[in-house]
Design a protein around this ligand. Sequence first.
Ligand code: SF4
Length: 86
Amino acid sequence: MTTTAAGDTTKTLKRITWQSENCLSCMWFSPSDPINADILTNGRCVHSELNKFNLIITGRDWCNLFDEIPQEQIDQMQEKAMQSEQ
Ligand code: SF4
C-alpha cells in the first residue's frame, strides 16, 4: 500500500470535474430545474434534430451538436423559472 502526504491528496482523489462543451453549457439543454442546474440535473434536449427522440439527458452529457449557451439565455431561463415559482 502506498501512502501519500496530505498535500498530495488532491492529486489522487477521483472527482467530478467541470467539463466544457457538455449539455449544461449548451444552448439546447432545457434543464428540469433551471435555477439550480448542475451537471447531475436532468432535462430535455430541444435541438431541432434531436427533439424528436425525446431524450432525457443530464448536464454532464454531450454530443457533437453542442452550441455554447450565452449568459443572456441563462439569465432569461432563470428569471422565467423564478417568476413561475412566485
Ligand atoms: S444533447 Fe447535444 S445538442 Fe442536446 S443539449 Fe446536449 S450537447 Fe446540446
